[in-house]
Design a protein around this ligand. Structure first.
Ligand code: NAP
Length: 260
């Protein structure tokens, strides 16, 4: 899809990958609608050039308000980027269920709720693009990030199904699977934090601007899945070919991190 002149609604746009997408899509001539909870940060990202919607993506009223405000201002929604999300670092067998549910409300149901609100409009327009920001952890399960991985696997599966369900309506759905992106994501975990050795490693690390550029290119090419950095594909392929070996390597890396 050509981005020039398109209306792009971005969740999680107050910082990190969502904010970088706002800048990159604006450069390509898109009209922006930016949603997150922190209005002051959103105003800064919008820089007087985009609709600011302060709201919580886990609240249905706020999701409706975001889509209505976008339609009131621009009359359409061409691209939805679901970037709002957070991690959870804890043993899956021990994590408090209420915290796990909170993460699913954000990473999965928040995105699904936005999709259910925009798709009827996209169908009427006979076109649109849904971008769900998953993770490399949504392709290969990372230990102790197990529940976060599970939420991103769910999001990836949702995206694949939507693509097939909505192709006939001219609506495309794309997953984005970044490795480590240099944002405050690690500080915003809903619980716990990976060991410093793992958190600070440069493996599969990209800047938010690189991630946003990969997303913009993916939208332009109607990509099914964007993995960034692209070396992440090799990791995914290795896991498919040698799953037992990758299991043991990942376990060792995370255990070593815990011990240091
Ligand atoms: N950074 C990484 O290493 C990495 C790697 C792979 C995938 N990802 C995924 O990329 C996405 C963006 O992550 P990031 O690195 O940009 O994280 P970030 O810097 O922590 O930004 C998270 C964004 O989500 C928003 N948000 C959080 N809870 C929200 C809620 N209830 N309602 C509305 N907005 C909410 C935050 O804004 P407010 O606080 O203002 O609401 C913020 O704009 C996430 O889905 C994450 O899982 C990140």
């Amino acid at each position: 899809m050509d981005i020039q002149g398109k209306v792009v609604l971005i969740t999680g746009a107050s910082e990190g990958i969502g904010a970088a997408c706002a800048a990159r899509f604006r450069e390509r001539g898109a009209l922006l609608a930016l949603m997150a909870r922190n209005r002051a940060n959103l105003e800064r990202v919008a820089a007087g050039n985009g609709l600011v919607i302060a709201g919580d993506v886990t609240a249905d009223d706020d999701r409706r308000m975001a889509v209505d405000a976008t339609l009131d201002r621009h009359g359409r929604v061409d691209i939805l980027i679901n970037s709002a999300g957070a991690g959870l670092y804890a043993p899956a067998w021990q994590a408090p269920l209420d915290t796990v549910r909170r993460m699913y409300e954000l990473n999965f149901f928040g995105a699904l709720g936005m999709i259910q609100r925009v798709v009827p409009h996209m169908r009427r327009q006979a076109g649109g693009c849904i971008v769900n920001v998953s993770s490399i952890a949504g392709k290969v399960t990372l230990p102790w990030l197990t529940l976060y991985s599970a939420s991103k696997y769910a999001l990836g599966s949702l995206t694949d199904g939507l693509r097939m369900e909505l192709r006939g309506d001219g609506i495309h759905a794309m997953s984005v699977c970044p490795g480590y992106v240099s944002t405050k994501f690690q500080d915003h975990m809903l619980m716990g934090s990976p060991p410093a050795k793992v958190r600070d490693s440069n493996w599969f690390r990209v800047r938010p601007e690189e991630c946003a550029e990969a997303i913009a290119r993916g939208v332009e090419k109607n990509a099914r899945t964007v993995v960034t950095p692209r070396a992440g594909w090799a990791f995914v392929a290795l896991e498919r070919l040698f799953p037992g070996w990758i299991d043991r390597r990942l376990e060792a890396i995370y255990r070593r991190g815990l011990a240091s």
